[in-house]
Write a protein that binds this ligand. Structure first.
Ligand SMILES: [Zn+2]
Length: 326
């Protein structure tokens, strides 16, 4: 058996933990996927993380991994990358100021690095995905919320207090829809999956005719963003209008970011990109309408390539980056 070095990347989500064991050159050697069990509290989540890592260590030994370079963790914020502390998680009772890096270092005696989940996804796509070989990019994760990650000159941009790149909380409409962050008019309030559902419900309540009412059996609780996109693909007028509007809001945000950052590419990730071209086309159209000629001319707006593994691959990349290997 060869002497392979392994790196473990953990994508810690509110619902699931997705972990990968990879080699230095980016080969996936093993995967572990399990529920986070956040509702059972902090200790349970920690034991799920431990079990996930231990499973990958065992798998690694079977496939010829002789040593582990470290563990990377991508997690929702707010968190401190430099202190290795996750300050708070709304979905895990008792998850306050958790020194996760210290905890994992003590348990596994390995180098441990923490990164914000959307930053990790951006770094993952930069290392192995849609952003390979590209030094200036930003990524939006379009899901329940909207996360952001910025890569500048091949490095993750963290800001002064590690809380930068919160691209979803860019205000696109003064005094607009209320956002989970407490403010109004954020991009996330309009263009996240949650925002899409809210806007669709409001349109249905205003008696717009749509096949969606049949798809949800007249129960608005059944409405999901996925269903809206499905109805749009079937040519439903209201759904098509909602998709265009979503693309317009995203395009306003993306266009401004293109002006500010002058990226080579913009990557769209997260569950909403399953909608495919129907959404991407609109985002491209409105991003072009809302950016300056000099910066928009050569920019490409593309879907992420790594799917649900971008966070875990990014967590592995975080280890390699902080160790100066990539
Ligand atoms: Zn907000």
């Amino acid at each position: 058996m060869s002497l392979k070095k392994g790196i473990i990347g953990v994508d810690l989500g509110a619902t699931n933990i997705n972990s990968l064991l990879m080699s230095e050159d980016g080969e996936v050697l093993a995967r572990d996927f399990r529920p986070s069990l956040g509702y059972q509290g902090k200790e349970k989540v920690l034991s799920q993380i431990f079990s996930s890592i231990k499973t990958l260590q065992k798998e690694g030994k079977k496939s010829g991994v002789s040593s582990f370079l470290g563990i990377g963790v991508g997690s929702p914020g707010p968190l401190s990358v430099s202190k290795g502390i996750i300050y708070h998680s709304p979905n895990i009772p008792g998850w306050e100021n958790v020194p996760l890096v210290d905890i994992l270092q003590k348990e596994f005696n390995l180098a441990v690095f923490l990164e914000n989940d959307a930053n990790a996804a951006a770094l993952g796509e930069w290392w192995r995905g849609a952003g390979k070989g590209i030094n200036y990019l930003f990524l939006l994760t379009l899901g329940t919320g909207i996360g952001g990650g910025i890569i500048i000159d091949g490095n993750v941009y963290h800001g002064a207090w590690d809380v930068g790149a919160e691209l979803g909380h860019m205000v696109i409409k003064e005094g607009g829809m209320s956002c989970g962050c407490g403010a109004r008019g954020c991009l996330e309030a309009y263009a996240s999956a949650t925002g899409v559902v809210k806007r669709t419900i409001s349109a249905i309540k205003h008696n717009h005719k749509t096949i969606i009412t049949r798809l949800i059996q007249n129960d608005l609780n059944n409405l999901t963003c996925e269903l809206v996109f499905k109805a749009a693909k079937q040519g439903d007028e209201l759904a098509l209008w909602i998709v265009e509007e979503t693309g317009r809001y995203l395009g306003i945000g993306v266009g401004s970011l293109i002006n500010i950052l002058n990226p080579q590419i913009v990557i769209l990730a997260g569950g909403m990109i399953k909608a495919g071209d129907i959404l991407l086309k609109q985002v491209k159209k409105y991003a072009m309408l809302n950016s300056l000629k000099a910066s928009r001319e050569k920019v490409e707006i593309v879907p992420a390539k790594l799917g649900e593994n971008s966070g875990a691959i990014g967590a592995v990349a975080t280890v390699l980056k902080r160790k100066g290997i990539i």
